[in-house]
Design a protein around this ligand. Structure first.
Ligand code: MEV
Length: 441
């Protein structure tokens, strides 16, 4: 494919319909593309406007499947979990694990801490000792200047928890950092944190410029940038399942529960020592987590970025889940950072995110962290269970066959025949196409 002709300046100023037509001209059949993309517009123009305003240069909506994993037992409470995911078999895998563990005491979860971090990166020509001397006064100024922004959060039990000074001048000349810790209660908190940090930046500059007792050079402070950190190791959730090894009897017809527990542990241990495996293993975890994060209007890039950083905390990228077998008890645990909210942002704007939260019983942010992590552990359990028994292709191929049949526009009768025919055969696009052709002959 060659390079595409440049779009003329001013694209963002065009009306949506004009943007769509401009883009349609890049296709072989522009008229058809306009109709197709328009067919995904919401029938209610008010609703459509809402979606259009979530982003820029929108020309249509991109639909994703919204599935349900029923009856997920977490800390003795039953949840009906919405999952938005395009990958076939993720919802089925999560549901199968939820059923399996539902019969073995369910999932157990806790949130050890909910601290989030923001940073003011700044340049200043003085020494760390001088800065430390000024720090109590700086802190007072920063807290005072952001009081109006933090009042509501404080009322809800959150706000600014701590401000620390970091000296990086050995690595980058004159570079210091304010590391600020926040509790953002039930909101993900990105807006709150960034608003406070930007004010911190202005206040820090004002503080220095107003210190007439300082030499001219030290009355200047360069604010390089202010931004939250998506690294949230202290906003973390832990979820686990456990049972006597005998309760794993039957998973593998050739192994006892105790033997199977060891095999399962080995598979997870491999993901602790081998990064290639760890990446796929954790990807399977995020299949479950992301689906809940998206369904509830949260930021899956933030959640994933934090997770992958956490997975590298020992200096090597490792599995986020672990298995222990102690005194005949099999325990499978996942610990992951997770910055999620149940108020503010898309959670209250996206009509389906709102409904997802309602379906979950309007959880607190901490409860939602536990639900998302549970679906991560559930998917991880099903994936490793399949991999260590019959392999994943059997389940995947069933869904894959469905997708191919849909692509080939098979009738419902043909689909039934194809499912039956491919029960004991390898599925491929060509094989399915050939099968359908043979039916049509
Ligand atoms: C596929 O989306 C996820 C798996 O590859 C995860 C894993 O290998 O553990 C099945």
């Amino acid at each position: 494919m060659g390079s595409r002709e440049r779009i003329k300046k001013g694209f963002s100023k065009l009306l949506k319909e004009e943007k769509l037509k401009t883009i349609a001209n890049y296709f072989e059949n522009p008229g058809e593309v306009v109709s197709l993309l328009k067919s995904y517009w919401h029938s209610d123009s008010k609703q459509q406007k809402l979606f259009d305003e979530f982003s820029e240069n929108t020309i249509t909506n991109y639909i994703m499947p919204y599935g349900i994993s029923p009856n997920v037992m977490i800390n003795g409470k039953n949840y009906i979990v919405p999952m938005v995911i395009e990958e076939s078999s993720v919802v089925a895998a999560a549901s199968a694990a939820a059923k399996f563990w539902g019969e073995r005491g369910g999932f157990h979860a806790e949130v050890p801490d909910v601290r989030k971090v923001g940073q003011v990166h700044f340049g200043w020509k003085g020494s760390m000792e001088q800065l430390q001397t000024l720090f109590p006064a700086i802190k007072e100024r920063l807290l005072g200047d952001t009081d109006t922004f933090t009042t509501n959060m404080k009322k809800r039990g959150g706000g600014i928890l701590d401000i620390q000074l970091r000296d990086y001048t050995a690595q980058i000349p004159d570079y210091y950092q304010l590391r600020v810790e926040f509790n953002t209660c039930d909101s993900m908190g990105a807006n709150f944190i960034n608003t406070v940090l930007e004010q911190f930046g202005h206040s820090l500059q004002d503080f220095f410029s107003e210190r007439l007792d300082l030499p001219e050079e030290l009355r200047k402070c360069e604010i390089i940038m202010t931004i939250l950190s998506n690294n949230t190791p202290d906003c973390r959730v832990k979820v686990w399942v456990e049972c006597p090894v005998e309760q794993l009897n039957g998973i593998d017809e050739h192994l006892t529960g105790a033997e199977y527990a060891l095999k399962f542990k080995k598979a997870v241990d491999i993901a602790h020592i081998d990064t290639d495996r760890a990446t796929t293993h954790n990807k399977g975890i995020y299949n479950g987590i992301d689906a809940v994060v998206i369904a509830t209007g949260n930021d899956f890039r933030a959640v994933e970025a934090a997770g992958h950083t956490y997975a590298s905390r020992n200096g090597r990228y490792e599995s986020l889940s672990t298995v222990t077998i102690t005194d005949g008890i099999f325990r499978f645990e996942l610990e992951a950072p997770m910055a999620m909210g149940t108020v503010g942002g898309l959670t209250s704007l996206h009509p389906l995110a709102k409904k997802s939260l309602e379906l979950l019983g309007n959880p607190t942010a901490q409860e939602l962290m536990m639900i998302a992590a549970t679906m991560g552990l559930a998917n991880n359990f099903s994936a490793v269970r399949s991999l260590t028994t019959k392999g994943i292709q059997e389940g995947h191929m069933k869904m894959h066959l469905n997708n191919i049949l849909n692509q080939l526009q098979a009738s419902e009768d043909d689909k039934r025949l194809a499912r039956d025919y491919f029960k004991d055969k390898t599925v491929s696009y060509a094989a399915v196409e050939q099968f359908l052709q043979s039916l049509r002959k």
